[in-house]
Design a protein around this ligand. Structure first.
Ligand SMILES: C[S@@+](CC[C@H](N)C(=O)[O-])C[C@H]1O[C@@H](n2cnc3c(N)ncnc32)[C@H](O)[C@@H]1O
Length: 322
């Protein structure tokens, strides 16, 4: 099997960053989840010299604290969203901008579960080559689309049933979308969701704006120009949009997740604060670390209002949501 495939679009590289953090967590002591395919993706993309996949490699890197901070966030987010699907218990699932998400292979799904993964064709093609020998634990259907355009038609053609309650996930997607595409995304999700559906959202454009500069620079060190890729134009917040359409929302902060999964902030500090200026623009092959920049700081918990995760639920007709 051809394993060395080039990732063709810049945005796809962000999925590799996430895969690397999942590999590091998987290879660590007492991981919050196990994703054995994560390191496979790094190898298959031919970027094993850029992305660490073990805690030992992190320890030998130029920026171990920054990477550990990133891994903590990614691990809490992955585990929390794994639990979201288990708690939702729904047998129709749509993972928007799935990237290198392997939940279709890692999690126990309800009998007869159909799981749709949506992302760019280049991402889906790359992913499939790695997954060829793997067996999904559900009926997994890959849908190649651009989420800025008319993705609902492609989803319906792939067999999505709007009459079945659906568990949706938008994890690490919204910062890449222009405001109109994000607003359209939630309107379409609303239209396609039967009562009893749920939506989980992680990371909005506002969150990226507020993420501390160490975190963004750690990502930039991997050769991902996160600042240039993300769109932080003002937009209606996901929470406002869906609650105005009648969905009930619950919010979890990083502090709460750290407590729930016993990964307190003090071990690997990351802060979220008003936007700092950040000029770092590294590419693969550049010197990996600017020695002048500060290491991960210890400014304490993120300010109230920063939402790590938003979970929405659409009520059934007879149900009055408080
Ligand atoms: C940071 S990665 C997150 C991937 C995955 N959700 C995870 O958490 O591992 C962002 C993903 O969004 C996808 N993406 C960004 N803009 C997109 C668009 N307009 N249409 C489809 N996918 C998009 C990228 O291809 C990439 O896989």
């Amino acid at each position: 099997m051809e394993k060395h495939i080039n990732i063709t679009t810049e945005v796809d590289v962000t999925a590799l960053v996430v895969a690397a953090t999942r590999a590091i967590e998987t290879n660590g002591d007492d991981p919050l989840f196990k994703d054995h395919l994560a390191a496979e993706f790094i190898r298959a993309a031919g970027v094993a010299d850029v992305f660490p996949v073990t805690p030992e490699q992190v320890g030998q890197s130029d920026n171990p604290e920054g990477i550990r901070a990133l891994v903590r966030v990614a691990a809490l987010r992955t585990r929390f969203l794994d639990d979201y699907f288990a708690e939702a218990g729904l047998d129709q699932v749509v993972i928007l901008a799935a990237g290198l998400d392997t939940r279709a292979f890692r999690l126990d799904w309800p009998a007869g579960c159909t799981l749709f993964e949506l992302d760019h064709g280049s991402m889906m093609d790359f992913k499939q080559k790695v997954l060829d020998q793997e067996r999904a634990t559900c009926d997994r259907r890959a849908v190649s689309i651009d989420l800025r355009t008319d993705w609902p038609d492609a989803l319906t053609e792939a067999g999505f049933d709007p009459e079945r309650p659906t568990a949706w996930l938008a994890e690490g997607l919204l910062p890449f979308l222009p405001p109109a595409a994000e607003e359209n995304l939630f309107d379409r999700i609303h239209e396609l969701s039967a009562a009893g559906s749920t939506v989980a959202v992680w990371a909005t454009a506002q969150d990226i704006r507020g993420a501390d500069q160490n975190m963004r620079r750690t990502i930039t060190d991997f050769g991902v120009d996160i600042k240039a890729m993300t769109n932080t134009e003002p937009r209606q917040d996901a929470r406002e949009r869906l609650t105005s359409l009648g969905w009930k929302v619950t919010e979890s902060t990083m502090d709460q997740l750290g407590e729930r999964y016993r990964r307190p902030q003090r071990n690997h500090p990351v802060t979220f604060s008003p936007l700092n200026s950040d000029g770092g623009r590294r590419r693969h092959g550049d010197q990996p670390h600017d020695k002048r920049r500060p290491t991960a700081d210890t400014r304490g918990p993120e300010p109230p209002g920063f939402h790590a995760a938003l979970l929405f639920r659409k009520g059934r007709p007879a149900e009055r949501l408080p």
